[in-house]
Design a protein around this ligand. Structure first.
Ligand code: NAP
Length: 272
């Protein structure tokens, strides 16, 4: 893509509580880019018409629940990583008018993991809770880690077996959280914890040395992250992933370095 987008949007349903407009607009301000990033609440039956209009406007943007898979299917071009995940969270219109998509959740998760762990250790055993689109992005990152293996825990068999079939790094798939006891890192890729109190798995069920990485974020961090820290474990919520996926998207749309510190500060102010 060479031309600057005509418009920047977030497509989701619902999108009202998203922090993305706050930190993307802080970045646009500091870069002096005369665009606003707008959240559009698009019901599933309105998505195709909305995309047609956005392509005509040469818009670019992000995609969130529940549209990542359908936007991927609409893209004429997808990056290799979006292809691997099967979902698009970042789109733009190429100079020839074709809709193109990427998945920056993968880089966002990688950034979050490094923030918690420092360097990614080799031969690490990861426990992954959830088998939706976010879990697929996590697996696309972890399969590049040397010697890693994953135990996947999800309540419904169909989705966990579908992910196991797509990602050979998944060695075990179960609905039993006691399988997480041998893991060095446990990642929550379910929405459990959004309410501020529920735990995706009791911290006592994790190994004493296990790090806890929560994709969920909320003001004051999640109860799971707080509980993990109280027991001396390394832990972080998903805010850093959110900001990094947004920074990578901004770089894709505008071709300039994202002002990550500005974006992080704006996100922290919005999340507090
Ligand atoms: P999704 O495709 O709807 O998948 C949700 C997964 O969570 C499914 O595997 C589902 O299990 C499981 N699940 C849902 N409710 C559950 C419950 N009460 N108990 C146990 N398992 C439950 O959603 P997604 O796109 O993967 O996103 C998952 C979460 O990740 C989101 O809520 C969001 O908070 C977070 N996320 C964060 C970022 C970030 O940047 N920080 C990015 C993406 C996602 P079944 O298969 O059994 O239904």
């Amino acid at each position: 893509m060479t031309a600057r987008p005509g418009r920047l949007v977030l497509l989701g349903h619902p999108v009202r509580h998203s922090l993305s407009p706050r930190f993307q607009n802080a970045a646009l301000d500091v870069l002096g880019v005369p665009l606003r990033y707008e959240a559009l609440d698009v019901a599933p039956d309105a998505l195709d018409a909305c995309l047609d209009a956005l392509i005509a406007e040469r818009a670019a943007g992000n995609v969130t629940i529940p549209h990542k898979g359908r936007v991927a299917a609409r893209c004429a071009r997808r990056t290799a990583i979006a292809e691997r995940v099967g979902a698009v969270n970042t789109f733009w219109v190429d100079d020839d008018g074709a809709l193109a998509g990427d998945n920056t959740d993968v880089g966002g998760f990688e950034h979050l993991a490094r923030r918690v762990l420092g360097e990614i250790p080799a031969d690490v055993h990861v426990g992954l809770l959830g088998a939706g689109g976010a879990a697929a992005a996590v697996l696309a990152a972890i399969e590049r880690w040397s010697g890693s293996e994953v135990t996947l825990v999800n309540r419904s068999a169909a989705r966990r077996e579908a992910l196991r079939a797509r990602f050979p790094v998944v060695r075990r798939a179960t609905d039993d959280t006691s399988a997480l006891a041998g893991c060095d890192i446990v990642v929550n890729a379910t929405p459990v914890g959004l309410d501020g109190t529920a735990l995706p798995v009791p911290v006592a069920r994790l190994a004493p040395h296990a790090a806890a990485i929560d994709l969920v974020y909320r003001p004051g961090e999640t109860a799971w992250v707080r509980a993990a820290r109280e027991t001396g474990r390394r832990a972080a919520d998903g805010l850093a992933m959110l900001v990094e996926q947004g920074a990578l998207a901004l770089e894709r749309w505008l071709g300039v370095a994202a002002p990550r510190e500005v974006m992080w500060r704006a996100a922290c102010e919005g999340a507090s």
